[in-house]
Design a protein around this ligand. Structure first.
Ligand code: UDX
Length: 447
């Protein structure tokens, strides 16, 4: 049995943990911690999501997550509950993994974090440690401590760096662990929960830990804006961006990750975290013009791709059928939040195009049943496969890098289109191969 004394000295290798929120962060976190042998109770108040979990269905598309969850449930290390208060009763560590939506000015809405802290605060075991895993503004650890208002409860920042689509892999084998608290012992104890990862552990204060998360994602976004801008330059000077990136990537100080040009960066983190960091800088009176430039450059990238599609259609898409392949913000996820692909599809639609869209995670034919169409997909004609999307279209626009798009029968696609033309916003296809099949081809930063 866990006692207060071994909470304090961290000697016990198996701990009791509550995770509040079974979303993109909470679910992989709960699965990982239970896989490491900790006894985890995961609280999820959305009934549909909870029922799915209890029946072994994963509410998010995430490779390997179902097996990891099933294994921990079978071992008795992972339990689900609808009640956060029930989850925390015996927990030495309580991970807050609730959403932190963003308002227009980039500031974070912390009401879910605050509500969760209020809800569980008085029920926490003496000496329990609360962990902020959601991405939260600088100063949030202190805010949560104040909301709980108990001198025996310490709050630790432990930002999550997992990528959607490889969340399991990233959680089991993180590049690093960051934990921050004003109480270094509490931070070290949170770090020890993840000892099995063998990852480098950075122990710092809460403010620094919270800043690391934003600085990391803002750096990645800036790197991508740079790559996309270089791709634009390559088009003007006649260089091939893929070889340029090869030349950059072999420099160990740059590395090969995050060098693929695309339609712009998106998803639930990069856009949100860059805006948040800009907001934090503005509030602090710091002029972070480099970051503002990276955000503006991403906006230009979306516009550049739309312009490419217009050019492929002879100058205007008005009244023209356009096939869109891919709607999620990247491959191997069903997430369309802040998706550049979806944004481009809607911009084309707003310019008068008849957008025939296919994505492997979206059911074709949904648009025939308007009551069932999710809001963000309204206005698009949703197709069952890439061929249906291409039928009668003047251009195919590859917007998400789903591997299956490489293996499409392009001869069949060409014959079904009004004009065989491709705008490849992910540089997924082999230009020479599709040109041989009669397509005109335009990629990003290559000919
Ligand atoms: C990101 C961070 O990588 C992760 O550490 C974090 O904490 C959560 O946010 P995620 O949003 O899942 O992860 O996606 P990621 O793989 O980082 O991609 C972000 C965006 O960049 C996507 O739109 C993707 O398509 C784009 N991208 C990525 C490129 O355009 N080119 C690349 O080379 C890599």
């Amino acid at each position: 049995m866990t006692t207060r004394s071994n909470i304090r000295d961290g000697r016990s290798t198996s701990h009791t943990v509550a995770v509040i929120g079974a979303g993109y962060v909470g679910l992989p976190t709960a699965a990982t911690l239970s896989h490491f042998g900790h006894r985890v109770v995961l609280a999820e108040r959305d009934e549909v999501r909870l029922a799915a979990l209890r029946s072994g269905q994963m509410p998010i598309v995430e490779s390997g997550l179902d097996d990891l969850v099933a294994e921990s449930v079978l071992a008795g290390n992972l339990k689900f509950t609808a009640s956060a208060t029930e989850a925390v009763l015996e927990a030495e560590f309580v991970f807050l993994c609730v959403p932190t939506p963003q308002s227009d000015d980039g500031s974070a809405d912390l009401s879910f974090v605050e509500a969760a802290a209020k809800e569980v605060g008085q029920l926490l075991m003496p000496g329990a440690i609360v962990v902020n895993k959601s991405t939260v503004p600088v100063g949030s650890a202190t805010m949560v401590e104040e909301v709980i208002g108990r001198p025996d409860i310490r709050v630790v920042s432990n930002p999550e760096f997992l990528r959607e689509g490889s969340a399991v892999q990233d959680s089991l084998h993180p590049d690093r662990l960051v934990v921050g608290a004003d109480d270094a012992q509490a931070a070290a104890m949170v770090g020890s929960l993840f000892a099995a990862t063998g990852a480098p552990l950075i122990i710092t204060d809460a403010t620094t830990s919270e800043t690391i998360k934003y600085a990391s994602n803002a750096f990645l976004a800036t790197k991508l804006s740079y790559v996309n801008a270089v791709a634009g330059l390559c088009e003007e000077v006649g260089a091939d961006v893929r070889d340029v990136m090869l030349g950059l990537g072999y420099d160990k100080r740059i590395g090969f990750e995050f060098l693929r040009p695309g339609p712009g960066w998106g998803g639930s983190c990069l856009p949100k975290d860059t805006r948040a960091l800009l907001h934090i800088a503005r509030e602090a009176g710091y002029d972070f013009s480099l970051l503002a430039g990276a955000i503006a450059s991403n906006e230009q990238q979306l516009a550049r791709v739309v312009a490419k599609v217009e050019t492929a259609c002879g100058g205007s898409v008005d009244g023209i059928k356009v096939a869109v392949w891919g709607l999620t913000f990247k491959a191997n996820t069903d997430d369309r939040r802040d998706s550049p692909s979806l944004e481009i599809a809607h911009r084309l639609s707003a310019l008068g195009a008849v957008v025939q869209a296919f994505d492997p995670t979206v059911s074709g034919g949904l648009s025939e049943d308007p009551d069932n169409v999710p809001n963000d997909l309204r206005g698009l004609h949703l197709c069952a496969d890439p061929y249906e999307a291409a039928t009668g279209a003047a251009v195919v626009v590859v917007l998400t890098e789903w591997d299956e798009f490489r293996w499409v029968d392009f001869t069949r696609v060409a014959t079904s289109m009004s004009v065989p033309s491709i705008v490849d916003a992910r540089n997924l296809l082999d230009p020479a191969a599709v040109r041989r099949m009669g397509f005109t081809y335009d990629g990003i930063g290559r000919r």
